[in-house]
Design a protein around this ligand. Structure first.
Ligand SMILES: C[S@@+](CC[C@H](N)C(=O)[O-])C[C@H]1O[C@@H](n2cnc3c(N)ncnc32)[C@H](O)[C@@H]1O
Length: 194
């Protein structure tokens, strides 16, 4: 049975990072300030929400607190231990063990479009082709007006301009969590208005 106490999440995260540092990309789960910043434009009226790279569920908890029903969540995670933990804690959510680059190939919520995608993926460390596939897949699921939220510890949007332009997307920094260590910025990526 997976360890279920929130206090054990730090240890679970560190063990996962030690087993695959490139994939996990962080030694600890995101803090509450960043989780609040990532989810503050989302609520029960947003509709289904897809979360990429939920880990131990720091952003998932914030989404539930914002009023998104558990059954309106699809969690896409590559780490088996994280998947087992999330399935145990959130039996009504859709938890898929898969690479987020395959997002465009699957059906979610019986084909109903999603209102938002929340990404905890380490996109800065990913090859451009993988980032392109992830965004292409995400916008395949997003309804008109839907948004993709991505955080970064870097100074610029972690999705590079050529990828945004190629997919007809635009990015805007919508906030920062300065008390987060290290400080983080949140970007909202949407379809560009033509
Ligand atoms: C930096 S951690 C963020 C975890 C969590 N969102 C948080 O903020 O605490 C990155 C997460 O993305 C997952 N991940 C990395 N690459 C992935 C991929 N290609 N597909 C799905 N999940 C991936 C890792 O297993 C890890 O859970």
């Amino acid at each position: 049975m997976p360890q279920t106490s929130r206090r054990s999440d730090g240890g679970a995260f560190l063990r996962e990072w030690l087993s695959d540092p490139l994939r996990v990309a962080s030694v600890a789960p995101s803090g509450k300030a960043l989780a609040a910043m990532m989810t503050r434009e989302i609520d029960a009226s947003t509709g289904p929400v897809i979360e990429l790279g939920p880990g131990t569920g720091a952003f998932t908890d914030a989404l539930l607190k914002r009023g998104v029903p558990e059954e309106s969540l699809a969690l896409i995670e590559m780490g088996t231990n994280f998947v087992n933990l999330l399935r145990y804690r959130l039996p009504r959510a859709t938890v898929l063990e898969m690479d987020a680059t395959r997002l465009g190939k699957i059906t979610l919520f019986d084909g109903k479009p999603a209102g938002a995608v929340v990404s905890g993926l380490p996109v800065l460390a990913m090859p451009p082709r993988a980032v392109m596939l992830i965004l292409h897949g995400a916008f395949h699921h997003l309804r008109e007006g839907g948004a993709f939220y991505q955080f970064t510890y870097g100074p610029l949007c972690p999705v590079k301009r050529p990828i945004l332009d190629r997919l007809g997307l635009t990015a805007k920094r919508v906030g920062g969590a300065m008390i987060n260590l290290p400080p983080a910025s949140v970007y909202r990526i949407t379809r560009a208005v033509r």
